[in-house]
Ligand binder design. Sequence first.
Ligand code: PMP
Length: 360
Amino acid sequence: MTIYNFSAGPAVLPKAVLQQAQAELADWQGSGMSVMEMSHRGKEYMGIHAQAEADLRELMGIPANYKVLFLQGGAHLQFSMIPLNLLRGKASADYLNTGEWSKKAIGEAKKFGGVNVVADNKDKNCSYVPAFDTWKCDPNAAFLHYTPNETIGGVEFNWVPETGDVPLVADMSSNILSRVIDVSKFGLIYAGAQKNIGPAGLTLVIVRDDLIGQVPAGTPTMLDYKTHADNDSMYNTPPTFAIYMAGLVFQWLKKSGGIAAMEQTNILKANLLYAAIDSSNGFYNCPVNHADRSRMNVPFTLKDAALDSDFLKQADARGLLQLKGHRSVGGMRASIYNAMTVEGVQALVEFMGEFAKSHG
Ligand code: PMP
């Protein structure tokens, strides 16, 4: 039976990447060593590391005045490092609140300075992106933070806020590499790796270099972006195997036609799934405003929650795994990141149709 894994993260990885990693696991390209066993200062690993960064720069078109940092601590640590590094003596930062992950970022930022919440979507249960002309931005804000894709709520931006001179900071944990973006519009982009990049344990930060190096006195060395920028992310031992795996994913993306091609496939997959929900005569429902529906995380409910456990049991039996919604919202959630195939989405859609028919 073919297994399709709809987990929100850690999530499905491209089969070709896993197979290459398997082939190279005990002996990387004739070195006689696994990547896991290599010194991070040795020429083999240094080559892997540099190639991963170069491929990412090419894929995303990252301008030369941006640093690419391979860090640890997850996106959660960035909730702290961002205000610590980017407040730069200013009193406060702007934050948009669109759901669970925005909220966590806001909660942490309050430990470092003032937080001005420019807008939220609580009036409709976090189901839409507030229109930009309703945001109450502070022109003196140190930066503006937002979450372009709320992994739990399934709310995604299809536009980029124009914040002028205020650096724009984006938590792209769950939609990085899934759509074409203009990196030069951002001051800082960050993402935990375990959805569209590679295995857990790696956190990616892309930061404009003028924003680095202005931390308060007493900042721990490891929490200062400058430490990592000045040392090519090798101040301490980096998560070498996770970076190697991310590098294989970047090569796979390049071979697959790059991000523009991936975006087209992602649109196709999302359309298939939302069409199945919307054409079910109310058997399935997605609570998210149409224009703001995520291409990566598709939450949906069944018309009768008493059917949930049956749905999950039957889906499991068909090899359609990890469809249970986040514990905070219930229902279902299908995460359809880059590595989820069109066939996987088709298999889910087919099952959903059959299940609705037999329980309608
Ligand atoms: N932000 C978003 C948008 C996420 O989806 C997640 C993880 N699901 C996080 C932050 C937290 O990431 P981590 O577990 O890497 O700290």
